[in-house]
Design a protein around this ligand. Sequence first.
Ligand SMILES: [Zn+2]
Length: 449
Amino acid sequence: MITVRHHILSLILLAACLSVSSAQAEQVVVTDLRSYQAPDNLRLVFDVSGPVEHRLFTLENPKRIVIDIDNARLKQVLPPLSSEATMVNNIRSSPYKKTGLRVVLDLKQAVRPKTFVLGPAGQYGHRLVVDLYDDAQTEPVIVSKSHEPERQEWVIAIDAGHGGEDPGAIGRRYRTKEKDVVLAIARELERLIKAQPDMRPLMVRRSDYYVGLKQRPLIARKAGADIFISIHADAVPGRRASGSSVYALTERGASDRMAKYLEASENAADSLGGVYADSAEYSDPTLKKVLFDLSETASIGFSLDLGADILKELGRIGPVHRKSVGQAGFAVLKSPIGDVPSVLVETAFISNPTEEKKLRSKTYQRAMAKGILNGIKRFFDRKELKPRVRSMQAKQGATATEKPRHHIVRRGESLTSIARKYNIAVDTLRFANNIHGNNLLAGSKLLIP
Ligand SMILES: [Zn+2]
């Protein structure tokens, strides 16, 4: 009798345990979906209530992508994809194996998928990110310096901050997103620069998608940019801060509290926008060191000059928050080769309701763009810059006619001897060829930047 009772008690305990474990394995709820079309990929971001296990595979005839999420369900019907989405016809979903969720993307063309998960960051909880790359889309050909020998063009990289999953700061009064107003200012600046006889714009981000902080200067570099301008309109605590400010890079610690605050909020962008944690340029400590050393030595002086010129011109349009150029360790300003003057322009504070209102107006967006352009012109007019300008132009004239150079490594040659031969820095050679140590294989082909 006692044993039977004991048995029943065990069963009750067992049942209790089971209900606890089933509560632990509670279904993940897919609460929302956002999508962003970039020039070469479509990003889908699923908001999920907790960490997810998922598998992705492709099917042919017709082409589909299937994403199976274990132990998950939808909270509501998935919203339609971005109207700009070019590679996907349709998205649908169904239950899968009793407790799972299957999402199917009907494709218009072959794509190369890549997925990763993001933990909670900023306003977001857990996210599942699916990127579909359009392999048919070749990288935009942007390295095309003018072929007319008389006409020299300065390439101005315009970097609209944030974008896509990273909205940037959000205004209190109208819920204005920083990513939208800075893109509007960037487009105005693009238009103005196009109208200059000696300048050409390069938009680092062209619409509403995210570009990683370290990717941005690389895009500029690949396009042969001479100047890099990152445009922002951040928020700080309180409503009072107002006026434009300009920042350059330093690795020695931020110049003041405001710079420190902005540095932290800007450098958090990747955790919101979403980047692959495993990409080489993010994790390689050697490369990090090279990037830092080069940017430190070569371009900071020029960046401070450029910043001062832009600040002076912005001060003619409206109030400035600080009269000198601030400095902080902004990841986006770390130019990969180090000779590109790079600044971050805080056009206004979106946290200030009056400035938020201004930032939304076309007139103000145009005025800011005009101010930045005038600052760039002022920088190019600097007397002490002339010799550098000339050498840059000589360099540009040369690249207009020359194909990229290569060097076949011969036995006995070192990085140093090759760098000396082409009159370039060893680190430049390393960077261009993704070399981390000092070892060179005889017979290998090096790109000479
Ligand atoms: Zn910003």
